[in-house]
Write a protein that binds this ligand. Structure first.
Ligand code: ZN
Length: 415
């Protein structure tokens, strides 16, 4: 993935995360909030048929209020589906609709369509509950990376992909390696030699399979995981069967009992710590760099206003934003033309602003999501944006000690 694509997808993920957080908070007074996950290959006409069916079944719901609410939600979804031709967008879409509580016994009808999530939707799901179903989307957002998977013993091997959290088995092979028991009449020496040859041939075959699959995509891959019983996986790795560039990408070897397709899933489970570590590796590196600059260098800035100022000057190389930052910025212009901003929590009300330069009071400002605001400037100045996870100490410090916004500078600005 190129840097710009990575950035676009980071930004898209941020936009999704915001919508999901909002959807998660909604509650229905009854089982009346409808969520539909539509995979890319599902025909819109099938979805409409399903919704029509659910609509007629909903007439059996005992509570009149819930019944009306569910049917209204389904009708609203059907209306939205009219905007689509035969198929959903490339990665599918998710439809949310229902009457949500707004307090004081009142409800409000909410309908939201999320198109093209970061990964293709795997299966059609119809869900009706007191809450919207957001977990599958949330999982996609934490998912990062593309890994090659290899499991093998001396009889069988499977190779495949791990894309985010999804395991994709691709190829398998079985060997002709004879068992340990030799037949009568065969010399022990000859038998042992033939057996070693067969094992060697099989390892070559497995490596060939992995090379075919992985070599071309090695620049997009984050690593390779190898699993199997001992000593097979060790022999395989120590014997340098893999293409040398792939060999360098092996993140670890793991004990896995099965080497059929299910072994690929076991491998991912066994490697979970390594994968979690890898996911925040880049974030860790960038934060290390930030702290080094902060203590021993002069190319670090932090806090909303100083970082923004550096951004505007074009001196920020990488903009660091905490993944958990939820802030808004309000821009005020006083009667004397002084422009100032306030950096607020998303649920904090703005109130009036008094200009720090001339003391004039300004009643209204223009309110905007702080991340959108910063990223827009970053885009104009060719600054890369890095979203930093809070799942490690220094990442958490970015949010708690530095206001969630920092920058690594291209050059020292003496600020
Ligand atoms: Zn002023």
């Amino acid at each position: 993935m190129s840097e710009t694509e990575q950035e676009q997808s980071d930004r898209q993920k941020y936009e999704f995360r915001k919508v999901i957080e909002k959807l998660k908070e909604y509650r229905g007074s009854g089982t009346q909030l409808v969520t539909i996950y539509v995979p890319p290959d599902r025909l819109i006409s099938d979805v409409v048929a399903h919704v029509t069916q659910e609509h007629s079944e909903a007439s059996n719901i005992k509570s009149k209020e819930t019944r009306t609410n569910v049917q209204d939600a389904l009708k609203s979804i059907k209306d939205r589906l009219k905007y689509y031709d035969t198929k959903p967008p490339e990665n599918g879409m998710v439809l949310f609709s229902g009457a949500v509580d707004t307090g004081g016994g009142r409800t409000e009808m909410i309908t939201e369509v999320l198109e093209n999530p970061p990964q293709p939707i795997q299966s059609f799901r119809y869900h009706c509950d007191a809450e919207f179903l957001t977990e599958p989307l949330e999982e996609m957002l934490t998912d990062k990376g593309l890994f090659g998977l290899i499991v093998l013993d001396r009889r069988e091997a499977n190779v495949g992909w791990l894309r985010g959290k999804r395991v994709d088995p691709v190829k398998s092979a079985t060997s002709l390696v004879p068992g340990k028991q030799r037949k009568g009449g065969q010399s022990a020496q000859r038998f042992a030699r033939l057996r070693l040859e067969a094992i060697d041939n099989f390892y070559q075959e497995v490596a060939g399979m992995a090379n075919d699959l992985f070599v071309e995509q090695r620049h997009e891959m984050d690593g390779i995981l190898v699993g199997g019983p001992s000593p097979t996986k060790d022999e395989f790795l120590d014997g340098d069967y893999l293409h040398h560039e792939l060999q360098d990408m092996v993140l670890g070897k793991f004990d896995v009992a099965y080497t059929d397709e299910s072994g690929l899933y076991d491998l991912v489970d066994e490697a979970s710590e390594v994968l979690a570590e890898h996911e925040i590796l880049q974030d860790k590196q960038v934060m290390e760099e930030f702290f080094e600059e902060l203590h021993d260098g002069d190319k670090a800035t932090y806090g909303f206003e100083p970082t923004r100022e550096n951004l505007v000057m074009g001196s920020v190389d990488r903009l660091l934003i905490s993944e958990d930052l939820r802030k808004e910025v309000v821009a005020y212009e006083c009667p004397n033309g002084h422009e100032e901003r306030e950096f607020l929590d998303s649920d904090e009300s703005a109130g009036e602003h008094s200009c720090s330069r001339c003391g004039e009071t300004v009643e209204d400002g223009e309110r905007e999501d702080a991340i959108d605001h910063l990223m827009e400037i970053a885009d104009q100045r060719g600054t890369e944006t890095v979203f930093v996870s809070t799942d490690f100490e220094k990442g958490d410090q970015l949010l708690t000690a530095f206001g969630g916004v920092a920058g690594l500078l291209r050059y020292s600005t003496g600020m």
